[in-house]
Write a protein that binds this ligand. Structure first.
Ligand code: ADP
Ligand code: 5GP
Length: 202
C-alpha cells in the first residue's frame, strides 16, 4: 500500500508514548500521527479529531463491520475499543508520508502479521516508576489505574516482538532515540532525514 514507512509504537499505559511522540513530531517533518477511533470518553484537554475520534459503541461496531474499508486493526484495551482507520493510513502512506500508529500489543501483532511495519516498544524503567507516573498524571480512577498496571505486566512481556526497544528513563534520551530510529529508517530507504527522496543518482 505504500511509499511512506509505517511505524508502530506500543507501550503500557503511562509508558510515555504521547509525551515522546509529541516532542519528536514537533521537529520532524513528513510524519503523520494516525488518529484512532475509540469508545473511551475523552480526558480533560483531549480534543476530538486530534487525539482520537471519540465515537459511540454503535458507530465503532458499524465501522468494524465494514471490512476492508473499516479498520486496519482494532482491539479491546482496558475495557474500551480502539481501532485504526485503514483509509486514513493508506492515504498518507500513498502520498509518501510516514505514518505512526500508537497502538497496543494486540493491534501491533495484527499489523505485524499483515504489513511490514517498523515496530518500536517503549518501556518504563520499572513498574514502580510506571505506577508513580500514572498516579501523577491523575487521569484514571483507582480501579482503572489498577487495570492498566495489571495489563502493563502482560504488555511488557511482548516487547521482544518489536524491532526496537526504548527504555523511557530520561525523557530527552528517549525522545532522541525515537527520532534517531525514524531518521535511520528513512536513510535505509534512500531518503533524507526529513523524509524526501535522496536526489543524487549513483
Ligand atoms: P502514554 O501516552 O504512554 O500513556 P504519557 O505520555 O501520558 O504516557 O506519560 C505518562 C506520564 O508520565 C505523563 O504525565 C508524562 O508527563 C510522564 N512522563 C513521561 N515520560 C517521562 C519521563 N521520562 N520521566 C518522567 N515523567 C515522564
Ligand atoms: P489510552 O486510553 O491511554 O489513550 O490508550 C490505551 C491504549 O490503547 C494504549 O496502549 C494505546 O496505544 C492503545 N491504542 C490507542 N489507539 C489504538 C488503536 O487504534 N488500536 C489499538 N489496538 N490500540 C490503540
Amino acid at each position: 500500500m505504500n511509499n511512506g514507512i509505517l511505524f508502530v509504537l506500543s507501550a503500557p499505559s503511562g509508558g510515555g508514548k504521547s509525551t515522546i511522540l509529541k516532542r519528536v513530531m514537533a521537529d520532524l517533518p513528513g510524519l503523520v500521527f494516525s488518529v484512532s477511533h475509540t469508545t473511551r470518553p475523552p480526558r480533560p484537554g483531549e480534543e476530538d479529531g486530534r487525539d482520537y475520534h471519540f465515537v459511540s459503541l454503535h458507530d465503532f461496531l458499524d465501522i468494524r463491520s465494514s471490512g476492508e474499508s473499516g479498520f486496519l486493526e482494532w482491539a479491546e484495551v482496558h475495557g474500551n475499543l480502539y481501532g485504526t482507520s485503514r483509509k486514513e493510513v493508506e492515504r498518507h502512506l500513498g502520498s509518501g508520508l510516514d505514518v505512526i500508529l500508537d497502538i497496543d500489543v494486540q493491534g501491533a501483532r495484527q499489523v505485524q502479521e499483515n504489513f511490514s511495519p517498523v515496530s518500536i516498544f517503549i518501556a518504563p524503567p520499572s513498574i514502580e516508576e510506571l505506577e508513580s507516573r500514572l498516579r501523577k498524571r491523575g487521569t484514571e480512577n483507582e480501579k482503572d489505574l489498577e487495570v492498566r498496571l495489571e495489563n502493563a505486566k502482560k504488555e511488557l512481556s511482548c516487547s521482544g516482538r518489536y524491532d526496537y526497544l526504548i527504555v523511557n528513563d530520561e525523557l530527552q534520551e528517549a525522545v532522541d532515540s525515537l527520532r534517531s530510529i525514524i531518521i535511520a529508517e528513512r536513510c535505509r530507504g534512500r531518503r533524507t532525514p526529513a523524509g524526501y527522496p535522496a536526489e543524487q543518482e549513483f
